[in-house]
Write a protein that binds this ligand. Structure first.
Ligand code: ADP
Length: 371
């Protein structure tokens, strides 16, 4: 039996219940790099999010796999397996979590790893769930250890042990909870302990979007926001959006401002180019942080290899920001490689700055080593 629909529940939950991501305010302000949403932006994002699986653009494989998972669960009248979504910020993890709840006609509860400070916080959420509810835990790799251990039992046996009292007299009281579906999201799947990872029956990795997909996303958002966007303008924004829908939507809004203030409001290619130049988004969509990381790697460290933390110090950022925000896109774009000895600039990175990479040391010696 399908549980009754409670539409609208997650919009409220989205604005009320989401915790700020645990990165610095300066990161949130950055136009492109942060790829994280500020509080105001989340409200706009709510309006731009696809609400159903069929409306999602791109991520074809994940969409199909999820559709089977949800359809199967609906047919059996049971909660589906727990779902883990991984991938860089802004690619649609929250969107998919909301869609899962909508498709199941289920209530959605939203929280995040950093928001759950104690196991009791998690117990409070889990013990008030209704049957078939969906619980979304963003940044699940940041859960405190005791909460994580409580989650193991909850995911597997739909039970939590609530500890009453302290010290030697403390007792654990088992409490049954309603069967639910956990949707976990993480930007760093590698940090999830194996016992937690193993309890997800379905894992999906979201990858960066192709420019053609972002083109469709930008047009759809322009329609929803009432922006006059020409085809070539959409193409330009899509190309420079770092493969990320959140950034595509953000750039669209900035370009719209520019079009309204400096022109007649219509977004053309020339206008998008001028606006994005002003906002320091370059031809390849690299923003200031990307260029700082790549620039330091090429000019200060001779192309590497250099360790992550050294690189982060050189650009005045947290190692985690460099690793989660800048690196995935640089690696995906073939500008940087991760090697066991550290980060290395590829020839394309040197070319990006109009430089020629130095000769590899062994080859620079005429005749080589074996003469
Ligand atoms: P994450 O949780 O991975 O950081 P979100 O799910 O919050 O990312 O997505 C950020 C924004 O990007 C959303 O507001 C949504 O409008 C847009 N978005 C994400 N994925 C898609 C998609 N496949 N199609 C259209 N828009 C998308």
């Amino acid at each position: 039996m399908t549980p009754p629909r409670r539409d609208g529940a997650h919009e409220a939950a989205e604005t009320a219940g989401r915790e700020a991501p645990a990165l610095s305010a300066a990161e949130e302000e950055r136009l492109v790099s942060a790829a994280l949403a500020s509080a105001d932006e989340r409200v706009i994002e709510g309006a731009l999010r696809p609400k159903r699986l069929a409306e999602v653009i791109g991520q074809g494989r994940v969409r199909e796999q999820l559709s089977l998972l949800l359809e199967g669960a609906l047919r059996r009248g049971r909660a589906p397996d727990h779902v883990l979504l991984s991938g860089p910020p802004g690619l649609g993890k929250t969107t998919f979590a909301m869609i899962i709840a909508t498709e199941l006609g289920a209530q959605l509860r939203i929280t995040s790893g950093p928001a759950i400070e104690r196991a009791g916080d998690l117990a409070a959420i889990l013990s008030t769930l209704g049957e078939g509810d969906v619980v979304f835990i963003d940044e699940i790799h940041r859960l405190a250890r005791p909460a994580e251990e409580m989650l193991y039992l909850a995911m597997e046996d739909f039970r939590v042990d609530v500890v009453v009292g302290k010290g030697p007299g403390a007792t654990a009281i088992p409490l049954d909870i309603a069967p639910f579906t956990l949707v976990g999201a993480t930007t760093r799947a590698g940090l999830l302990p194996a016992p937690l990872r193993d309890r997800f029956g379905f894992t999906a990795h979201l990858d960066f979007y192709e420019a053609a997909e972002l083109d469709v996303i930008v047009r759809r958002s322009a329609d929803l926001l009432g922006v006059a966007l020409r085809g070539d303008g959409a193409e330009e924004i899509a190309r420079r959006s770092r493969g990320t829908p959140r950034i595509a939507n953000r750039l669209l809004r900035r370009v719209r401002d520019y079009a309204e203030v400096r022109a007649d409001g219509t977004v053309t290619r020339a206008l998008a180019r001028a606006a994005l130049e002003l906002y320091e988004v370059d031809e390849e969509g690299l923003d200031r942080l990307d260029r700082a990381v790549l620039g330091a790697l090429v000019t200060r460290f001779g192309g590497g290899p250099v360790g992550l933390s050294t690189l982060a110090v050189a650009v005045g950022e947290e190692a985690e920001t460099v690793e989660v925000v800048a690196e995935p896109f640089l690696v995906r774009g073939g500008l940087m490689a991760r090697t066991p000895r550290g980060r290395v600039a590829t020839p394309a990175a040197w070319a990006h700055f109009g430089l020629t990479p130095p000769e590899p040391p062994g080859l620079a010696v005429p005749g080589g080593l074996f003469e």
